[in-house]
Design a protein. Structure first.
Length: 160
């Protein structure tokens, strides 16, 4: 259901509505990750570690090259993150048996446990918010997010 003050044609948003959308994204991101940030800090980890361990857990045996493509950070930055995660026994970094030049990443039991606890916070928040917003809003939200991300990443979400 649309609020009366926002009952304009959404194809022609006013500048203040666009700024509101930007601010909502900033505030939503801040609040979406706040609890995770607190947990991560107790482990001496930060947001870059969180993103890496999330995608490693969701994509077992992901190569470093594939992870770099997802995260779009420098090799140097990723190297620091992976070293931290490996030193703390959250991930293992092994040589690929098929292509010895490739390095393969996967979470350890300890890493899976951490990632699952962080993901649970996100899943709970999204579940609650999705139920409150309704099915039509969930579809619209997904479409907005797909519209924001690069086209080349859309293939990740085609069959979901």
């Amino acid at each position: 259901m649309t609020d009366v003050k926002n009952n304009s044609n959404l194809l022609f948003l006013r500048e203040d509505q666009l700024y509101e959308g930007i601010e909502l994204l900033f505030f939503a991101y801040r609040d979406f990750i706040a609890e995770c940030d607190n947990i991560l800090s107790t482990h001496g980890l930060g947001r870059a570690h969180h993103r890496a361990i999330y995608f490693i857990a969701r994509n077992p045996n992901i190569s470093i090259t594939e992870l770099l493509e997802i995260l779009r950070i420098t090799k140097q930055s990723l190297s620091r993150v992976l070293t931290d995660l490996a030193d703390k026994k959250y991930i293992v970094n092994t040589q690929c048996q098929i292509d010895k030049r490739r390095r393969i990443l996967k979470t350890t039991d300890k890493g899976r446990e951490l990632e699952e606890s962080l993901a649970k916070l996100h899943k709970d928040k999204l579940s609650h918010t999705y139920r409150k917003a309704g099915a039509e809003a969930v579809i619209g939200y997904r479409n907005v997010l797909l519209g924001i991300i690069d086209d080349k990443d859309h293939k990740r979400f085609k069959n979901r």
